[in-house]
Design a protein. Structure first.
Length: 166
């Protein structure tokens, strides 16, 4: 995937993101169809419908915010084109805010079906993101930034925004 902006740029601008996000969205769609319409198991009723839907809306909005801050407000494009490790702003709380934002948003959509079986899909998608990032972008970043990336990796979560460790 060649999507370099300038000569000497060491990382692609989009990385594996479009493929990874499309993949987890398809996993979710398959889960929704399988549990909700084929097997027809796990659908909740009563107050649980509203609990799942409210939580789903909160996650969708949170995911959009995390993605927006990571993708639009962070100057990540500039960091990539200048071969500089981005550790400021939202990158102090999560190493992959764009992937995290999409995962959180997709998880919120999943909850809108108020089906407890779909929680397994949310966890499966987290596992997919984790495995893919460990085997792709984390290797690229380690090769490019070495000890600086290892130190950053020890302080900041991969996918779930949280307070950095010291």
């Amino acid at each position: 995937m060649k999507n370099y902006v300038k000569e000497g740029q060491k990382l692609p601008l989009f990385g594996i993101g479009p493929y990874l996000i499309t993949g987890i969205a398809l996993v979710e769609l398959i889960g929704i169809i399988l549990f909700g319409y084929v097997l027809k198991i796990g659908t909740l009723e009563g107050v649980w419908v509203w609990i799942f839907r409210i939580l789903g809306i909160v996650l969708i909005i949170s995911g959009i915010i995390v993605w927006y801050i990571g993708a639009v407000r962070s100057n990540m494009d500039k960091s990539i084109t200048e071969n500089r490790l981005q550790t400021e702003g939202i990158y102090k709380a999560v190493r992959n805010p764009m992937y995290s934002g999409w995962w959180i948003l997709i998880s919120g959509v999943c909850l809108m079906w108020h089906n407890y079986m779909l929680i397994s899909v949310i966890l499966l998608n987290w596992g997919i993101i984790t495995i893919v990032l460990i085997n792709t972008e984390e290797k690229w970043l380690l090769n490019l930034y070495g000890q600086e990336y290892l130190d950053y990796k020890r302080r900041v979560n991969r996918c779930i925004p949280w307070f950095p460790r010291k």
